[in-house]
Design a protein around this ligand. Structure first.
Ligand SMILES: Cc1ncc(COP(=O)(O)OP(=O)(O)O)c(N)n1
Ligand SMILES: Cc1nc(C(=O)O)sc1CCOP(=O)(O)O
Ligand SMILES: [Mg+2]
Length: 486
């Protein structure tokens, strides 16, 4: 696989390096690595000091396939021969190994080259020799590598400031000392024993990943962030515009990736121009590699190709708190998603979602059944949740009931009883509810509390009785704004 420079920097976050010496009876390196990748390791290096070359190569080939499955870069430690023989993504070498300068020519421009450094001079030389990243250590005492050189966090900071390529810190890093690296400007941490010596390598991986995220995006952020991936509604009541207003009013920093431009107003959708998959990818890359969103809301996705690209990027960046509003038909009756894309949505996106928020007609499509009673809402929610392994919020407001919504999560049902507000202007209610839920998840509320808070916000926006446009008009998203600027 080919990884861009931005992708390589991002993949430094939690860099796992194998160590077979910790394997227990019956365990294989491949099965442990699969667990580690499943739990979010962003890079894998095979490091074998005692294995004979043919066994090393066989193991490397297996791990390469595994990393391709999880779209994580895979490099071979020390052995350029094996890296080239199995066409690994790259190689990692130390100062004592083959000279970095010759190495770039040997491996070609497309392979990832990692070089170890412990001084500013070594780091600068590694960059000049064409390294894609440097491994800097040992930042703490380690018993994994004999004779590792010791390095202060201050020196690490100096090295980070001296180079422009990504820097991953290594050596004795574990969950209890990782925070000591804060302020050093590293792009991630490389660990061996903190994962491979653990009784539960998967859990160790996810714990380290969340600590690494805090390290790389340091200073406790007062402002949480949320991303809306949706279509633009030029009339401002639904889509991206409603999402940005909702997220802002719910106290998070709002960002957008646009999937389609719509020319619409409160009476109809006149035209739709779909974003190209490549441009959607670029928007997502710009966002995730800079301001990582604490939650993601997904709305209009007009075709299968956009869904595929989105799913691939969300998996790649391991996006958190994904709320999927499966927008298929507008309130005005316009088709917003090709029928053929529904299958792709089910296969690719639903399993990535923490929560999916269909209205009754959408729930009928997702659960492949008619829904006419509250009992049928419950059965449909259970079907969707169990089939796609996500929580489900089926929204009332259509034929079956009024403002009552059902949340199904982890086998538990919870009804939310809403006040029916006599406001015919409901344009954008679905977008508003799902982005308010995402904003509250971003702030750290539980799913149930986020739904409760989002419903309260929606009731407030509807109760403000804004009356604009000739059709079903927008709500007042800023109903709660008071003070100098209101
Ligand atoms: C990411 C990363 N950083 C540093 C090293 C150490 O490489 P090296 O100095 O060649 O030591 P060995 O790993 O070969 O013992 C690394 N492997 N990975
Ligand atoms: C492989 C390696 N290289 C180091 C360096 O300083 O370059 S320290 C190290 C060992 C890292 O293992 P652990 O996470 O178990 O301490
Ligand atoms: Mg080496």
């Amino acid at each position: 696989m080919n990884f861009s420079k931005e992708e390589i920097r991002h993949s430094m976050l939690l860099y796992a390096i194998t160590d077979r010496t910790w394997l227990k009876e019956g365990e294989t390196l491949t099965s442990i690595c699969e667990d580690v990748l499943k739990h979010g390791a962003t890079f894998l290096q095979i490091r074998e000091k005692d294995l004979e070359p043919s066994a090393f190569q066989k193991e490397a080939l297996e791990l390469k396939a595994l990393c391709a499955k999880y779209q994580v870069p895979f490099v071979v430690n020390d052995s350029v021969e094996i890296a080239l023989a199995i066409d690994a993504d790259g190689v990692h070498v130390g100062q004592g190994d083959i000279q970095g300068k010759n190495l770039r020519a040997l491996i070609g421009k497309d392979k990832i080259l990692g070089i170890s450094a412990a001084t500013v001079a070594e780091a600068v030389a590694a960059q000049a020799a064409g390294a894609d990243y440097i491994g800097v250590g040992a930042v703490f005492g380690t018993s994994t590598k004999k004779n590792a050189r010791n390095l202060s966090v201050e020196k690490l900071r100096e090295i980070c400031a001296a180079v422009t390529i990504p820097v991953v810190a290594i050596g004795g890093i574990h969950a209890l000392n990782l925070r000591k690296l804060s302020g050093s400007q590293v792009d991630g941490v490389a660990v061996i024993s903190a994962i491979f010596s653990s009784d539960n390598p998967g859990k160790a991986t996810s714990d380290l990943l969340s600590l690494a995220r805090q390290l790389v995006q340091p200073t406790p952020r007062l402002m949480r962030t949320a991303l809306s991936i949706a279509g633009s509604d030029c009339s401002g009541g639904a889509g991206i515009q409603a999402d940005l207003k909702t997220m802002t009013m719910n106290g998070v920093y709002a960002m957008s990736a646009i999937t389609a431009l719509t020319a619409q107003n409160t009476t109809k959708v006149e035209k739709i121009v779909e974003t190209s998959p490549d441009f959607l990818k670029s928007q997502l890359d710009m966002i995730f590699t800079d301001i990582f969103p604490d939650a993601v809301k997904i709305g209009m996705l007009p075709n299968a190709r956009l869904i595929e690209v989105l799913a691939e990027r969300l998996r790649f960046y391991q996006a958190k708190h994904i709320v999927l509003d499966p927008v298929m038909v507008a309130t005005s009756g316009s088709i917003l998603m090709e029928t053929s894309a529904v299958l792709t949505l089910k296969k690719e996106l639903l399993p990535l979602a923490e929560l999916v928020t269909p209205n009754i007609p959408e729930a009928e499509i997702l659960s492949e059944r008619k829904i006419t009673t509250p009992e049928e809402i419950e059965a449909a929610a259970e079907f969707i949740g169990k089939t796609y392994h996500c929580a489900v919020l089926i929204k009332g407001g259509h034929s079956v009931n009024t403002a009552n919504d059902l949340l199904w999560a982890d086998g538990q049902m919870e009804w939310f009883y809403g006040r029916c507000i006599p406001n015919p202007n409901t344009h954008g209610t679905g977008c508003t509810l799902s982005s308010a839920i995402a904003a509250n998840l971003a702030k750290g509320y539980s799913l149930s509390t986020s739904v409760q808070r989002a419903k309260k916000y929606l009731s407030g926006a509807l109760s403000a009785m804004l009356d604009l446009g000739a059709g079903s008009g927008p709500m007042n998203h800023a109903f709660c704004l008071t003070g100098e600027f209101s």
